[in-house]
Write a protein of this length. Structure first.
Lengths: 371, 364
């Protein structure tokens, strides 16, 4: 029973963190029960930017609905589009040309890098260091420029279509990506110097927000959040799609289960993404970038599911088709929602400042949670 | 040439004003007028410091964050702070519903008055000091601890949970770190044997205490800088207003000029603590003198004492700004651990060492 003054019967303070708060990175609303500075309970309240995307998709054709998904997890719009395109292709049973496969993987990994860069800046800002944010944005800007050249957009790319990609790569693409890889490898070292090695940062992250492998699985956590607890859950490795099966890369896991482990997983993933891009950038096969498809797509009656690994975890698309031009029902499995559900478990008993750090390592994107 | 420089020094100006006032009016009126002039000087110094330091902070942070910083208003953005102040002055000063109106409105003034009071014994240049009280250092320590009352008042009266949490943190933090700051100050007092600011500066005639006092002086200087960074609520110790946790901490509910007063007090406090650090460890207005190098010492004397003081103070201010834009923030328990488990024992042992140095006369 919460009294008017926001104090529970046990004398605990109830604080509303959000919906407008600098560290929720959006309109997440957390109702926190505090005993002094110590957190007793965290209750996320959702729905502030619910746009009923799943319902909207039901009235859009199989070509159109993909564009809406760019607006869900706006930091990995390529990968969302990818997941939807994969599901439609599964239903239509079309094989996409090898060039399109490689382009898709390249774009996915660039998106993952951009997303992790932004996360790194925001993470440092959450624990009080403001400068890394600007450094992260400088690097992200380069990726956005590369994307803009090829896709024409910087945030909601809408580049993946059923059957391949919308347009061919820009002639400058390979050159600029290679430049970026060299540039960013150096910057990753700087990242480590500025933040990872910092004593204060380490003390803020180590031993905070422990998530055991069992609870990571039971809360349905995926992506770096689960891999930080040692759970192997990389879709790229476990259920390879496109050309991931033929690539040399490691699934990064850590055993700590704390904030620092999750942080290190993401830092290592950036290096893995760089190596994936390096393997592919000189080996883009020639040929078509899009398979021939009918003008109006109709999925056969049935249920289709596909999943991809976004920067935040497993993104699933579930389509039920009645045989028409629009899906009967669409369900998205977004990684952010499940990851957020573990927040209360992780934050209990920690200080208020830790909550912000834990939220930072979950890398929450609110439109992904609310949809 | 030498005569001309000394003629223009601030000391001579103040002395001639004092002589003229005392010659023209009777002593009581002269003292009153002098107090008035000093008050006006302090207020204009505050305004000037606010303008300069806020701009400096923005430029320093921009430089560290690959940005340009303010560059539109005035040449090179120099008038940006003036524009911001005008904006704040014209804004409505909201008082939230349910706030304790009296305390809410009193708090910013208390904070700013405390900041003004600490300025009294600070020596800005040779012979330029508002009040050379014989317990100068003690006075500074005593008055600076009053500012926590204003912060607690603001946090409590706002009727806001973030403010309350910020004030609670701030109270714990300032009270703890005062101990280390005080002990570091005492270690210099042990060396000089006087609490008077002018005596402390005079004792650094042949070298600054940072260099003369061996390792104990260096340790106490470092501890002092850490402690005053915490006392002024600056990052990495800005827990009282940790914006990623508490939005704006104790001054969340303040707007308009009342917010501006808090903001101003923060920057003036930085100036003051840096001025004190410069006075105690870097010789205040005293030029860089090295033992018996007469030629070198005389050359250093040509640089005006006010410039020495400003240079040292602003160097330390830059250092504190550098901290802010580099380090992440500590957590409240880590912050208190750092003070009670590390800094306080170290400064206690350091004080003993310093006493030994002073008794044995091991300093230069």
């Amino acid at each position: 029973m919460i009294q008017e003054a926001g104090i529970t019967e046990q004398g605990d303070l109830v604080v509303n963190l959000g919906p407008q708060h600098p560290s929720t990175h959006g309109v997440l609303h957390l109702v926190i029960t505090l005993n002094g500075e110590t957190i007793k309970k965290v209750e996320p309240h959702l729905g502030y930017i619910h746009r009923s995307i799943e319902k909207m998709c039901e009235s859009l054709s199989y070509r159109q609905f993909i564009y809406v998904t760019s607006r869900m997890d706006y930091l990995s719009s390529h990968i969302n589009n990818h997941g939807c395109a994969l599901c439609v292709e599964k239903g239509l049973q079309i094989e996409i040309p090898p060039r399109a496969k490689v382009i898709r993987v390249l774009m996915d990994e660039l998106t993952r890098l951009a997303s992790h860069q932004l996360w790194w800046g925001a993470m440092a800002m959450d624990v009080g260091a403001l400068t890394p944010f600007f450094h992260a944005f400088r690097e992200r800007e380069t990726i956005n420029d590369i994307m803009e050249e090829t896709c024409g957009a910087r945030l909601t790319m809408n580049y993946m279509v059923p059957g391949g990609v919308m347009a061919d790569l820009h002639p400058n693409f390979q050159k600029r990506v290679k430049e970026f890889i060299n540039f960013f490898r150096g910057k990753l070292g700087e990242y480590d110097e500025l933040v990872t090695g910092n004593v204060i940062f380490k003390s803020r992250m180590k031993g905070v927000g422990y998530l055991s492998p069992e609870s990571a699985v039971s809360y349905g956590c995926t992506g770096p959040t689960a891999r930080g607890s040692g759970v192997s859950c990389d879709i790229r490795k476990l259920y390879p799609y496109e050309v991931y099966g033929q690539l040399q890369f490691e699934e990064v896991t850590a055993t700590g289960g704390d904030c620092f482990a999750r942080y290190m997983v993401r830092m290592q993933e950036m290096r893995q993404s760089l190596s994936i891009i390096e393997q592919l950038i000189d080996n883009i096969p020639e040929g078509e970038f899009q398979a021939k498809t009918k003008a109006v797509l109709k999925l056969p009656k049935g249920e289709f599911y596909s999943r991809v690994e976004t920067a935040r975890g497993e993104f699933g698309v579930y389509i039920i088709s009645e045989g028409g031009t629009t899906p009967y029902r669409i369900k998205f499995r977004s990684p952010g929602f499940s990851n957020l559900s573990a927040l209360d478990h992780m934050a209990r008993g920690h200080k208020l400042g830790d909550l912000v750090a834990i939220m930072g390592t979950l890398d929450l994107v609110i439109p992904d949670i609310d949809r | 040439m030498v005569k001309k420089i000394t003629m223009l020094s601030i000391e001579n100006i103040t002395h001639s004003i004092d002589a003229w006032l005392n010659g023209t009016f009777n002593p009581t009126v002269a003292l009153l007028l002098e107090s008035l002039i000093v008050g006006l000087c302090v207020i204009s110094l505050f305004a000037l410091l606010g303008l300069v330091l806020v701009l400096m902070e923005r430029k320093v942070s921009a430089y560290m964050q690959i940005r340009l910083g303010p560059n539109r208003v005035g040449p090179g953005g120099t008038l940006q702070t003036v524009a911001d102040t005008l904006k704040l002055a014209m804004k409505e000063g909201l008082t939230p519903d349910g706030a304790d109106k009296f305390l809410f409105n009193l708090a910013p003034f208390l904070v700013i008055v405390v900041a003004m009071m600490i300025l009294a014994p600070v020596a800005f240049a040779k012979g330029t000091q508002i009040w050379d009280i014989n317990i100068g250092v003690l006075y500074i320590s005593a008055v600076s601890s009053l500012s926590v009352i204003g912060i607690l008042m603001a946090g409590w009266a706002s009727n806001n949970k973030y403010s309350l949490l910020g004030a609670m943190r701030s109270g714990a933090q300032i009270v703890s770190y005062e101990l280390s700051a005080g002990l570091s100050v005492i270690s210099i007092v042990v060396l000089t044997g006087s609490l008077r600011i002018s005596d402390i500066i005079a004792s650094q005639q042949d070298g600054w205490w940072l260099f003369k006092g061996h390792i104990p002086a260096i340790i106490s200087f470092i501890i002092f800088i850490i402690a005053v960074t915490a006392e002024t609520n600056r990052a990495p110790f800005d827990l009282a207003e940790a914006e990623s946790e508490l939005t704006a901490g104790f001054h969340t509910e303040y707007s308009g000029m009342k917010f501006a007063l808090f903001f101003l007090a923060e920057y003036v406090n930085i100036f003051i603590v840096c001025a004190i650090a410069a006075t105690l460890f870097l010789g205040g207005w005293m030029p860089l003198h090295i033992g018996r190098w007469e030629g070198f010492n005389r050359m250093m004397d040509y640089i005006p004492s006010s410039l020495w003081f400003t240079g040292k103070t602003f160097f330390l201010i830059f250092l504190i700004m550098w901290f802010r834009w580099t380090f992440p923030r500590l957590r409240i328990d880590q912050l208190l651990n750092l003070e009670w488990k590390y800094l306080l024992p170290i400064s206690m042992v350091n004080l003993l060492l310093m006493t030994l140095v002073a008794i044995k006369g091991w300093y230069f």
